[in-house]
Design a protein around this ligand. Structure first.
Ligand SMILES: [Zn+2]
Length: 153
């Protein structure tokens, strides 16, 4: 699986595109979990990476008129949310320049610290839970990320 996204986030808890696993945002950059998108639960983020934004369009939302752009994953072109360009209501201005990502379209990526396997065997219990039975030779360097989809988000 080749990951061709440009920006590689370095935090330990990352939200990625559910479809292609490209990194999209740091868990720590969530401003609010109190949003709804087309697919249900959605989060407001300070910043998002590896996206392309569409043309601005004016939309009436439950919180008033906004100018928004749909954002798509740069790698697989799936629409993952939208960006607020402008809010007309004063108490909605905090959303300007911020991003919505839809929880349903995200996967959670938990980075595992690089390690060296001391002896041949079956690695981390997390992998067994996911039914990925793999054997790793002694001395192998591992720098892997584990993916969960919509789990504990
Ligand atoms: Zn993608």
């Amino acid at each position: 699986m080749g990951l061709l996204y440009n920006t590689y986030l370095n935090s330990n808890n990352i939200f990625g595109c559910k479809n292609c696993k490209a990194h999209l945002a740091n868990h720590d950059d969530i401003i609010s979990r109190n949003f709804r998108g087309q697919h249900g639960k959605a989060y407001l983020f300070n910043t998002v990476v590896n996206f392309e934004a569409g043309e601005p369009s004016e939309r009436s939302m439950t919180t008033g008129r906004h100018v928004v752009r749909d954002i798509t994953c740069r790698q697989c072109k799936t629409t993952v949310g939208w960006k607020y360009d402008k809010a007309f209501e004063n108490n909605e201005k905090y959303k300007e320049g911020k991003f919505i990502l839809e929880a349903e379209l995200l996967c959670k990526i938990v980075r595992v610290q690089p390690m060296v396997v001391a002896a041949e065997g079956t690695p981390a219990p997390q992998d067994q839970d996911q039914n990925q039975s793999i054997t790793i030779a002694a001395g192998t360097h591992i720098d892997m990320a584990l993916y969960w989809e919509n789990q504990n988000m």
